[in-house]
Design a protein around this ligand. Structure first.
Ligand SMILES: [Zn+2]
Ligand SMILES: [Zn+2]
Length: 144
């Protein structure tokens, strides 16, 4: 596994699903890491919010197993472990980037979200005390 030392030039991160059938590696250079409160992410994860890191597609590799795929919209597919059900990553039709659920990283502290997408959909009982930027829908860097 990657060193806990976060040297950004050589900070390859590894992660995988709960049962270990799916493993991946990602290079977090220029990663965008944020929360998403949208309805689709909530239902897909079963959790009140999700946290993602988005990297260029060539910085992400599945190193073990093959994820099952669910096409969640005309533009996006979500990939999960068919054995244990862990939601692991998401791709879009442009093929530019991949979004990885940061809760699947071996080092869950490696990347921290810098904002909240779809804050208009935050569940009413969730109390958050951070002062990160909040966007009612997609973050501005996600619109195209
Ligand atoms: Zn699994
Ligand atoms: Zn979402």
């Amino acid at each position: 596994m990657a060193s806990a030392d976060q040297n950004p030039s050589d900070g390859i991160l590894e992660g995988g699903c709960l049962c270990g059938a799916i493993r991946y590696r990602l290079t977090p250079d220029n990663a965008t890491t944020d929360y998403c409160h949208c309805d689709m992410c909530r239902r897909w994860s079963g959790a009140p919010l999700t946290a993602w890191t988005q990297v260029p597609i060539d910085q992400f590799q599945v190193t073990r197993g093959t994820a099952a795929t669910f096409k969640s919209s005309d533009i996006a597919s979500r990939h999960f472990c068919r054995d244990c059900g862990t939601p692991v990553y998401m791709t879009d039709v442009t093929g530019r980037s991949v979004g990885v659920m940061i809760g699947t990283l071996d080092n869950a502290n490696a990347l921290a979200p810098s904002g909240h997408g779809w804050a208009s959909k935050q569940v009413s009982w969730l109390a958050l005390s951070d002062h990160l930027p909040r966007w009612p829908e997609n973050p501005p860097y996600d619109t195209d």
